[in-house]
Design a protein around this ligand. Structure first.
Ligand SMILES: [Zn+2]
Length: 233
């Protein structure tokens, strides 16, 4: 097996948080297969909307990746497929597997755990009031069907309000962050059992994105296409 001297923390700091989270989910879902080690790194297949081939190299101590998905072919580093493979690789080596990270703010966590649930509910609803993605997540957790409508509303507004940035990946720019959160809501729907609704919504949203932005494609449209089970061609 090749030597790899990176840790989960290194991978995390090298990746976009949204792709890390998605890659982590892919890894946990067991979508990584055919791991092949060699002197310089590892190759593997990731089962997404179709199969993607990922290659990770640690030559000269530099961690690099490539993937056959649309993002990878555009030269984007650390798509979710590459993250999933890196995590699978780390998991095969007990020595480098780290303990789960502590909560970001232990003092705040302790405070919240001590609070009355009615007070907590009020705080959450107040936050959800002006964040439709949060509202949809809570509704999905509660099992109410309004979750799908809320998610649709948030997604459509984020898509039409989005200004694409063809020159790069600028989180928070041109409504990209808002759109990212709205697309994340689809994952929440899936998590709470609205799989068919989420796929249908993703396909509809992809069509709206395509129409609104006249065929422009980026990481957002790629996610929608994949979640909608649409072909890449
Ligand atoms: Zn990829």
């Amino acid at each position: 097996m090749a030597q790899h001297r990176f840790r989960v923390e290194d991978l995390k700091s090298a990746t976009d948080p949204q792709w890390f989270a998605r890659g982590e989910r892919y890894f946990e879902q067991g979508r990584v297969s055919r791991l092949r080690y060699d002197q310089r790194g590892v190759s593997a297949v990731v089962d997404g909307s179709r199969n993607y081939l990922v290659r990770i190299d640690t030559s000269d101590g530099v961690l690099s990746d490539s993937c056959t998905c649309a993002l990878g072919q555009d030269g984007y580093s650390w798509c979710k497929h590459a993250v999933a493979v890196a995590l699978a690789w780390l998991a095969t080596d007990r020595e480098t597997t780290s303990s789960p990270p502590p909560p970001p703010d232990p003092e705040l966590s302790a405070f919240l755990e001590d609070q009355d649930s009615a007070w907590l509910a009020e705080q959450l609803l107040r936050i959800a009031d002006d964040q439709p993605a949060v509202l949809a997540r809570l509704q999905a957790a509660a099992g109410t069907h309004t979750a799908v409508d809320t998610a649709r509303d948030a997604l459509y507004r984020a898509i039409t309000g989005y200004t694409p940035d063809p020159d790069g990946w600028n989180p928070g720019d041109g409504g990209a962050e808002w759109l990212r959160q709205a697309i994340d809501t689809l994952d929440d729907l899936v998590e709470y059992g609205y799989e068919a609704e989420a796929a249908e919504l993703a396909a509809d949203a992809h069509a709206l994105f395509d129409k609104t932005h006249e065929g422009y494609e980026d990481g957002h449209s790629e996610r929608l296409r994949e979640m909608g089970g649409l072909d890449s061609d």
